[in-house]
Design a protein around this ligand. Structure first.
Ligand code: A3P
Length: 286
């Protein structure tokens, strides 16, 4: 059981992070025009999107995704290992981040920045449930006693990377930028092929129909679940307890199996209050 590392009001997992690196990634790390960034709040489908983008880059050839762990294919900018890998990499890089906007590399805010950012958001109720079952089996954060406790922490933003609401509000406000593609986990589930095509268009990649079929096949929940370079079973031993698993259920709406009626009502109220500035049609869930 570990407590957080706090940096500028944001809690980060206690293993794999360091204040100095988080600060350096914001102030010194330069994202180049040819780079692609996968940006999410944790538990929103990050690893799924990485798998899809890697497969698009290889035109559906699974060799890369089957032999190299996901955190090496698309290192997290703000982690100790990820940062070390990225500052030494040459050529166009694929990278990931869960950073809130005020801690993101300043190079994003240059008016001429052209690198591609793909942002995925997910129903926060499912993010909450997914996070509870994930962090609970890791040594990365203080263990919540129950889903009820974690529910309270989540609403207060006392969970890894802080408040979902603040994270999502600030990143969604960037959605009109040309180099910023916004996707939702729910749309990815409903129309995976359509989403892959959208990503190809955004990244300027043309895939033949049979190549697209391969991207779909190798990024499926089942294919990822069976592969240890994607399912987190290779993650360092001191992080795992009780069989931590990234690939839990992979569905939309599982929160309905876990929230009480009172929790659902409380959540609705908070959501309406905090997300009032956005058109309701932006959120594709019921
Ligand atoms: P659940 O815990 O609800 O199953 P992240 O990668 O951001 O940590 O998100 C993890 C969530 O994405 C998990 O949700 C996981 O099952 C889901 N996921 C990962 N790969 C997926 C895929 N190929 N298809 C659908 N969901 C996927």
């Amino acid at each position: 059981m570990s407590d957080y590392i706090w940096f500028e009001g944001i809690p980060f997992p206690a293993i794999g992070y360091e204040k100095k690196i988080i600060e350096e990634s914001r102030d010194k790390f330069v994202i180049r025009d040819e780079d692609t960034v996968i940006l999410t709040y944790p538990k929103s489908g990050t690893n799924w999107l990485i798998e899809i983008v890697c497969l698009i880059q290889t035109k559906g050839n699974p060799k890369w995704i089957q032999s190299v762990p996901v955190w090496e294919r698309s290192p997290w900018i703000e982690t100790q290992n990820g940062y070390a890998m990225l500052i030494n990499k040459e050529g166009p890089c694929l990278m990931s981040s869960h950073l809130p906007i005020h801690l993101f590399p300043k190079s994003f805010f240059r008016s001429k920045a052209k690198f591609s950012v793909i942002y995925v958001f997910r129903n926060p109720r499912d993010v909450l449930v997914s996070g509870y079952f994930f962090w609970d089996k890791s040594n990365l954060i203080k263990m919540p006693e129950s889903l009820e406790t974690y529910f309270e922490w989540f609403l207060k933003g006392n969970v890894p990377y802080g408040s979902w609401f603040e994270h999502t509000c600030s990143w969604l406000s960037m959605r009109e930028r040309d180099n910023f593609l916004v996707l939702s986990y729910e749309d990815m589930k409903k129309s995976t092929r359509g989403t892959i095509e959208k990503i190809c268009d955004f990244l300027g990649r043309k895939l033949e129909p049979d190549e697209l079929d391969l991207v779909l096949k190798y990024s499926s929940f089942q294919a990822m679940k069976e592969k240890n370079v994607s399912n987190f079973s290779l993650i360092i031993k001191d992080v795992i307890i009780n069989g931590l698993a990234l690939m839990r259920k992979g569905v939309a709406g599982d929160w309905k199996n876990h929230f009480t009626v009172a929790q659902a009502e409380t959540f609705d109220k908070v959501f309406q209050e905090k997300m009032a500035g956005f058109p309701p049609g932006l959120f594709p869930w019921k």
